[in-house]
Design a protein around this ligand. Structure first.
Ligand code: BTN
Length: 321
């Protein structure tokens, strides 16, 4: 059910710059004028610019540049992804919140945080998450084996790259979980799974996008060949619109993931791969291997040609080049 607050925002947007009186709003929403005043005050406190003229009513002048659920929901073209949104101005890590919510949450629920104070990357690393980025986690309940979960990371990497391409960025996928623009990292994906041996209970897909910020906002020790969309594009993007488009792409890929052979998605990932052909070092928990990447298998494994000519299939690891 829509909240009264979103109903007021929607009524303002439908009025398209024309004034609406408190009485009209009250009638439309089935609440008193005093309640209307309270909601308007709340919206103003949250950065909505609303003017009021005696006898005419209220006009919405501008909306804040924040990832408020009401803004994401208005114009969202998905049926599952992002239909439930948990929003935080500041929190530790969206993945941690999502993992707590997951057992009872509906599939597709997302957790959005404007600024993470304990953002986490893969392999226990820190993830800088200042204001201006897009830091969010999606809760999924796919019917897959644990061994197939890493394919979701690749799949959503494709969704991120495709969304960025709509904005004219030359986005490529660095196996297994990064998206690069002009050869530098703009996005990392942290997939966390709760599973029994053969069934996955839930998956949390945490996506971090360096959007409207500059590299200077990331501590020097965490920059590591990174960039931001604003630094690469020379201007800020509309984060609400970007997230709406990304959720749509994610939903499309998830449907494909659930209904089609994975090789279909892999073909597109391979076409946008930055890693194929590169000389790489891959760190795995028990060893390190070096070689040339000659391909990615239909199941998403890296195909590495080593110095002795042997081709090794690597399912998971940290790839450096
Ligand atoms: C990596 O490249 O190491 C993965 C980075 C993932 C960062 C995102 S931001 C949203 C979500 N919450 C977290 O704490 N981490 C992920």
């Amino acid at each position: 059910m829509k909240s009264k607050r979103s109903e007021i925002i929607n009524a303002f947007k439908a009025a398209n710059g024309k004034a609406i009186s408190g009485e009209e709003l009250g009638k439309e929403l089935g609440i008193s004028r005093t309640m209307v005043c309270k909601y308007i005050k709340g919206l103003k406190d949250d950065g909505y610019e609303i003017s009021s003229a005696p006898k005419k009513g209220y006009v919405l002048k501008s909306v804040p540049k924040l990832l408020y659920p009401e803004e994401i929901l208005s114009g969202l073209k998905t049926t599952l992804f992002g239909k439930n949104i948990h929003y935080y101005d500041e929190a530790g890590s969206s993945n941690d919140i999502a993992k707590k919510l997951a057992p009872t949450a509906e599939e597709g629920t997302i957790v959005v945080v404007e600024q993470q104070t304990g953002g986490r990357g893969r392999l226990g690393r820190q993830w800088a998450s200042p204001k201006g980025g897009i830091w969010f986690s999606t809760i999924l309940k796919p019917r897959i084996a644990l061994s197939a979960a890493s394919r979701l990371t690749l799949t959503f990497g494709l969704s991120v790259a495709k969304t960025m391409r709509q904005y004219g960025f030359d986005a490529k996928i660095k196996w297994p979980n990064d998206v690069l623009v002009n050869g530098k990292k703009v996005t990392g994906i942290l997939t966390e799974v709760d599973a029994e041996i053969d069934t996955v209970e839930f998956v949390v897909i945490g996506i971090g996008i360096n959007a409207n910020m500059s590299l200077k906002d990331i501590p020097e020790e965490l920059r590591e060949n990174s960039t931001t969309l604003r630094d690469e594009g020379g201007k800020s993007i509309d984060r609400v619109e970007f997230l709406q488009k990304l959720l749509f792409e994610m939903e499309q890929e998830y449907i494909r993931f659930s209904t089609r052979p994975f090789s279909e998605i892999m073909e597109e990932i391979i076409a946008l791969s930055d890693t194929i052909g590169k000389e790489v070092t891959v760190n795995m928990p028990n060893r390190i291997v070096e070689g040339t990447v000659v391909g990615i298998s239909k199941t998403g494994a890296l195909l590495l040609k080593k110095a002795d000519g042997e081709i090794e299939e690597i399912i998971a690891g940290r790839c450096m080049y």
